[in-house]
Ligand binder design. Sequence first.
Ligand code: MOS
Length: 765
Amino acid sequence: MSDSQKITETVAKFMPDKESDPLIHKHGYIGKPFSRVDGQLKVKGEARFTAEFKIDNLVYAALVCSTIAKGRAVKIDASEAEKVPGFIAVITHENAPKMKAPPLQDITDISKGFAASNLPVLDNKVNWDGQPLAVVVAETLDQAEYAASLVRVEYEVETPSVSFDDLKAEAVVPSDILGEPPEVKIGDADKGLAEAEVTVDNIYRTPRYNHNAIEPHATIAAWDDDGNLTIFDSTQTVNLYKHTLAGIFSLKPEEVRVIGPFVGGGFGGKGGLWTNTPLCAAAAKVAKRPVKLVLSREGVFRVVGGRTVSEQRVALGANKDGKFTALIHSGTTATTTHAKNPEQFTFPARHLYASDNIFIGQKVVNLDTVANTWMRAPGESIGTFALESAIDELAYKLNIDPIELRRINEPEKDPTRGTEFSSRNLIEAYKRGAEKFGWSGRNPEPSSQRDGKWLIGQGVATAYYPVYRFPATARVRISADGTAIVQAAANEMGMGTATVQIQHAAERLGLPIDKVSFHYGDSDLPDAPIMAGGSSQTGTIVAAVQAAVEKAHRELLALAGDDYDSPLASTKYEQIEARDSGLFRTDEANKGETYSSMLQRAGQDFVEVEASSEMPLEVMNYSMASYGAHFCEVRVSEESGEVRVSRWLGSFDCGRILNPKTAASQFRGGIIMGIGMALTEETLFDERKGRIMNRSLAEYHVPVNLDVPHIEIIYNDIPDEQAPLGAHGIGEIGITGAAAAVANAIFHASGKRVRDLPITLDKLL
Ligand code: MOS
């Protein structure tokens, strides 16, 4: 039995535990708090993650990584490694199978796959500290790691460009920011600022961050005798990995299969392919055995990039009544010549506030580092820190409540695109949040609330993340036994993807929820660029499944044809609805037939179709985004500067919520990451050597349970008519604005405004 079969078999046990309002559809599956269908497998330890697949004849790989940031490996001496018992092979640029450099990650064209960097997979030219230079394969993991430690590399060292502070003055305007113009000018922002009655104009800094998913990057690679490559991988996109790997190894896409039913966290770090995956495949080719390569925690810091550093300026001008006369958000990030990732920190400012005068501008500086990459809400999370801190600063200067200031500047249309909003109820989210959080009881005066040595403060900030959707393909099989299988090359990192898609398919097919299975996590499923990224996956699959179900229904009607034994003879698609395990006429309630009956009459065991969704025209025609309002309460110790987040409420506006339980979990996960971003997380980077200094969870601090209070989640649940199922993506919205909410609460508590993250004790004393 496959894992995905096992998953769907558990679904019947997870019926809803409370009635929700019947916003949608007659069967009531949408909007109900189903528990995750993969939950039981996970708590029982039966969910198999990449490194746990049992493969015969498996051997192990370990990496040898560069200890300099720039130069050339002139000699790689593995003679001592070869003497280690169990040693099988060492793979360097000299004996590796031919690998083509992959194309860059670029969500404007994801058809050919992409990697996080377009450097050759294995090369003796060193581009960053930590770059893999050799792979050692041995019979056991210990032998591989020990042998790898004995490989000696001689370098020709060059001086790397690794200091952001030294080089930021030379920053340039990139060609585009994720397909959007790098600069936007509306009116005259400098003039608007000069003429404003009240202004704020400050620099905000955010450090580097690194990915620390619980499951490190892992791969098992195996070649068969015909030269087909099978990869088990912890990836956010089996399908795009398939295409990228096919390109690297000059294979046809159908000669590569990528399998990954469970992923222990990705957050953007498993979206673009990193070198560990093709290196594992190359090692398997040389060793002529299946190879497993699991990155150590340190290995993830070396091989996988994180979020870039940023320096941002936000300048706001307003009249005394609070109306903006100017909005400027500009700044610089670091990327590399072998990545294309400026980090879209100005995206929120392009869409959140009305002003006659706007200037948006981003610059980048190229450094000799590992490729920076997506990290949960890339750009938006650090951009909202700066923007939403500045709004709070202006509110204090104006003596206007920060929620009221946002209401005053709420735009009617998208301020930079000029398009209508498909659905935007941010102010409603603030209203509901304020009421529930008790905002009106707050004394706005800084340092006015205390409990012994603890100063108490509350802050708000806006969350913003755009809606993305990609055209995709899904397959639906409706069987005569009254069951259905829905298939899409989707990816489950624990968000509830399978759960929500089963809810959706059961609703659309009119089948009981325990009769519907969802298969995913395998690139042999319909070929489509589906990615658990950009908060796009749910809408992307929903639209494809919708197309496939419609096609299946049309085929079933065609089977009935004009056979007068069928109650659906000569019925048009427009006349039917799916319910009670079949199709029924909408004009004559009794006229209809179950799927089983239709298929039996036609002498078929099943009907199976594949269909693709349309281009995401809605995203082009409308301004579409998820929104939210964070309410954060902190306690700041007057003695030590220690900050405790004591209360949190997130009030979201993300269209229709498909599953309150999995959605709340997504929102909370984002907010917890935001708390980390605000208070603890920081990659310590040696600006002389270009080396990350805290490559472990002992020194790279993420929030633990005691750092996180109960997080209350509420949402508007107002469907967006333009979006599939009325739902916006919710994977990334939670972290956006969260760090600003903490910073604003800290200012309210202590009177100290910190504009560079993380807000550690030393900055508050
Ligand atoms: Mo998200 S950073 O697109 O995985």
